[in-house]
Each structure stands twice: as C-alpha cells, then as structure tokens.
Design a protein around this ligand. Structure first.
Ligand code: FAD
Length: 489
C-alpha cells in the first residue's frame, strides 16, 4: 500500500520529498509477501463471498462489480509503470490463470447458476463459462474430479482472464523504482510514536531495531501503511477519527503441495463456499501460484487466532490496542462474536488430518505426505460501532481513516486487499489532498484511463482497457513462459 502511494505521488509531484520507514530489513515481509497471501488478483471472477443472495432469491452483484472495477484500476496503473519502464518484466509479478468457483449440493449449485446468470452478460465478466456436467469439470479440473464420488448436483464456473499476482515481488519492484527516484527507504527502523508538533507538522519517533538508536523525523503529511501495525500508530497519533476503533486479528495458514506430479495436474484458482461459521476470509481455495517462474499449489487459508497484529509482531499487540475509548466497542464485539472466536480457536488446534479432510473436498485422493503447512500473514479486522450493526461490529473490508485536515491517514483492514491498492491509495489522495486533485487529474488519467469513469457503463472502454492491459502485462498468452513446477521441502 505504501509503495503504491509513493509510486503514485512520485509521478504526480516528483519534487515532494518522501521517506519510507520500515521495521524489517527488507520490504514486503508482512502480508504483502508472496507466501503470506493467496496472490489472487481479486476481481470477483471466482470469490463467492462477493455476491450474495437477496431475500427475493436474486443475486446482489454490486460488491462484485466494485471489486472488479477496482482491480481494473490496479491493472491500468501497473501497465503504465511497465510501459514507462519504471518496473521490470511484468512476468515477475503477474501471471494469467483461470479463476473458477466450485460447489456441490442443490443449494450451492442453485446459487452458482444464478450468480453465473447475473454476471456473465456483464462486460466485466465476459468469457465466464458454467457447467454442471462432471465430464466437462473433469476436463477443467482433472485433479479435483479424479476419484470423486459424484452422487448429487455439482457445478463450476470458469473464466480464463483471472490472474495470480506476486504482491511481494511487486512491492519490492515498486520500492526499487522509488529508490531510483531518490525516495529514502530506511529499513530496520520502527516507528515508535507519532505526535503533532507545535507547527502542525507530525513528529515521528523512529528507533533502529538493531542498535536501539532513536531519531526524530518531521513531516507535513504521514501515511500509516503499517498493515496490521497501523492501528497502534493511528492510536498514537491521537486523532479524533481514530477513537473508538479496535482490531481483531485473524491469522492464516496454507497447505503447500510438495509433490511436483500433483502440482503439474492443476492449473487454476478454484474457490469454494466458506464452511458454516467461518469468516469470509477463510473461504477455501485451491490455488495455482506462480512465484519466481515456478508453479506451486496452495490450499487454504485456514483461519486461526493469535493476539499478534503482525506476523513478526508481539503477543501483547491485541491487549495494547485496548484503550479507554474503544473498550466498550471491543467488549461488545467480543460478546457478539463468541461463535466466530470459538470457530477460530477450533481451527488453531485442528490436526493436520482434520485439515486434510477439508483439502479432500477439493482433491479427493490427496495424500497427507504430499502437503506441508505454512504460516501466512495476519489480517487485523476493524471493530467499530456502526448504524447498521450497532456497537462493536466486526468489519471485513478496508477503511481509510484520516484527520479532518488531511495531514495524516491510516489504512485499516485487509480485504479485498492488495489487489485494490491503487484505488484505495487514490482514495487516500482524495481525502488528504483534495486541493490538488483537479490539477493532478490529467496525469492520473494518463496513468489510469478509466479514472472517474464507470467501466460497467462503458463496455467498449472496459474491453479496450482489458485488451491493452493484458498486452502490457503479458497476460494474453502471446509470449508463453516456461514455468517450472515448484516443490517445497
Ligand atoms: C492469508 C491472507 C491471504 C490474503 N490473500 C489475498 C489475495 O489473495 N489477494 C489480495 O489482493 N490480498 C490478499 N490478502 C490481503 C493482502 O495481503 C493485504 O491487504 C496487503 O498485503 C496489505 O498490504 P499493506 O501494505 O497494507 O501491509 P503489509 O504488507 O503488511 O505491510 C506493512 C508494512 O509495515 C511495516 N510496519 C508495521 N508497523 C511498523 C512500524 N511501527 N514501524 C515501521 N514499519 C512498520 C511492516 O513491517 C510491513 O512491512 C491476504 C492476506 C492474508 C493474511
């Protein structure tokens, strides 16, 4: 997120001095790291939780459209960076892979059919196919259909224009680019405190995590892009807008296949339905991943609970985030979410065999010895009081919290996540630099031609941009790459 904001601002106002402060020794080691998230270019092509069934039985596709449009914005900005040679080979961070949804049983098949009907005529979802025919499914997902006992309805959708994104590689590329543009990137430096100075600027207390040496930095504008670490920093800033907000950490685990023969048999991202009681971020999926030109196979994520807000965080993170101003909100959330907490605790203590049972819903003959567990990143969900949900409502989206004068902003939450970073950072700019937006608009439109325009309402533009970004990002299969199958030992 911070790398995206820096890259946008460097294009718009090259003479602004930007400094990045990062507590780890390198960039992208937390949620954005390639092994800490699923790398799905979220565009609602397969994620069933972005569409819901209304009380009249019709399907609400408004969120799916929003997420898709936001992803198109990211694709356009990445294409601009590639075309302008600001970032290297797009194949180092993005690969075309079919996105599929897969369901079983009357209720879910019914839902998927209606979802397909609602989406497939829409220009943003063109090319989506649907089938209830087990033979067709065996052609699409042979590994998932082999040895499957089909004794009820079964269905899938498939769309070839999906992507796998290596957000870790993209983060590192963006920071390399920023470094080449004289952005100072200070690694191994933890922001310990943020306070308003007398002159209205912000003063950051920054500690070198190796030597313990403390420095002070002053800035007219601060973006808190600390992932799970953002809530603590927002609270330290003391801004009114940050009061009453809490965080609920949800950890993630993936299973990684270490048998190259199994990896070679699957080539898609296949999303299913979340189990009853599971939070939306633990929708199970079987994912082909492309990391450093090697293909891997991941299954998960299994949600769990730890009080840490960052993967490399502290067990005291949750307790330290409880303040007098959010205590009631946090307690209300705790009371409301006993079933979720119980679910997460059960998930934490689940045995490998229990996890293999979930995997076998996808790969019926999966063998335990072919799969290892890897720890993914932390997602800190926002807790706040809302009109719709009342006191202590758990939110599953992202939210930009900014001071009224636009001098500081923080990004909280982690979904739909890195895929929508460009839209979310444009939102930060809109909130914090409204006085500059008019002057910046021509350059923003050069970078993001659909800026301010609904692609849904402009199908020709949607098609044109899909084609041009596919070309720029090497997604149209013109130059197929040689992918090695990865095994994890
Ligand atoms: C299991 C899982 C699966 C996911 N799957 C997807 C997916 O398929 N597609 C998708 O688009 N998104 C996905 N996401 C979400 C996505 O990973 C995040 O939304 C995104 O990476 C967040 O980026 P960020 O820059 O905000 O945070 P991060 O990448 O976590 O970066 C925050 C940085 O701030 C640093 N930091 C924190 N506190 C301090 C401090 N006090 N001082 C200095 N530095 C600090 C950290 O070290 C870190 O480098 C997933 C997330 C998880 C956990």
């Amino acid at each position: 997120m911070s790398a995206t904001l820096g890259a946008l601002l460097k294009e718009l106002v090259p003479d602004w001095k930007i400094t990045v402060i990062e507590r780890r020794a390198v960039a992208g080691e937390e949620s954005s790291n390639e092994w800490n998230n699923a790398g799905t270019g979220h565009s609602s092509l397969c994620e069933l939780n972005y569409t819901s069934e209304k009380s009249d039985g019709s399907i609400d596709i408004s969120k799916a459209i929003k997420v898709n449009e936001e992803y198109q914005v990211s694709r356009q900005f990445w294409s601009y960076l590639v075309d302008s040679k600001m970032i290297r080979n797009p194949r180092d961070f993005i690969t075309a892979v079919p996105h599929m949804s897969f369901v079983q049983g009357d209720k879910d098949v019914n839902f998927l059919r209606k979802r397909f009907e609602a989406l497939s005529n829409n220009p943003l979802f063109e090319g989506m196919e649907y089938s209830e025919d087990p033979a067709k499914l065996a052609d699409w997902i042979p590994l998932m259909m082999k040895d499957r006992k089909v004794n009820g309805p079964i269905a899938a959708t498939k769309i070839d224009s999906g992507t796998d994104v290596n957000f870790g590689s993209l983060t590192r590329m963006l920071f390399d680019h920023l470094k080449s543009k004289n952005v100072e990137i200070k690694y191994n430096q933890n922001v310990d405190d943020i306070k308003r100075a007398g002159n209205g600027a912000w003063e950051l207390k920054v500690r070198n995590v190796k030597s313990g040496q403390v420095e002070r930095h002053s800035a007219k504008f601060v973006f808190i892009g600390g992932g799970g670490g953002s809530l603590h920093l927002l609270q330290k800033s003391g801004i009114e807008e940050g009061k009453g907000i809490g965080g609920f950490p949800v950890s993630g685990l993936f299973m990684v296949c270490k048998n190259p023969e199994v990896v070679a048999k699957h080539h898609a991202k296949v999303y299913g339905q979340a189990p009853v009681g599971a939070p939306p971020m633990s929708v199970p999926h079987l994912d082909s991943r492309f990391i450093e030109n090697k293909e891997s196979l991941l299954f998960g994520p299994f949600a769990g609970f730890t009080p840490k807000f960052l993967k490399f965080g502290s067990m005291l993170d949750l307790i330290k985030s409880v303040k007098p101003h959010n205590l009631v909100t946090m307690l209300a959330c705790g009371v409301k979410n006993v079933p979720l907490t119980t679910y997460l605790i059960k998930e934490v203590v689940a045995s490998k065999e229990k996890r293999m049972e979930s995997l076998r819903q996808f790969i019926p003959n999966a063998k335990s010895e072919d799969w290892d567990l890897v720890v993914a990143g932390q997602r800190v969900q926002i807790i706040k009081d809302t009109v719709a949900g009342g006191k202590g409502t758990l939110q599953f989206g992202t939210e930009v919290i900014n001071a009224a004068d636009g001098s500081i902003a923080a990004l909280l939450g982690a979904s739909p996540g890195a895929s929508t970073a460009v839209s979310v950072m444009l939102d930060v700019m809109q909130k914090c630099f409204p006085q500059h937006m008019k002057a910046w608009e021509p350059k923003i439109k050069e970078m993001i031609p659909s800026y301010g325009v609904s692609l849904l309402k402009n199908p020709d533009l949607a098609r044109e941009l899909h084609a041009s970004t596919s070309r720029s990002l090497g997604l149209n299969g013109d130059h197929p790459i040689q992918i090695e199958r990865r095994t994890v030992s």
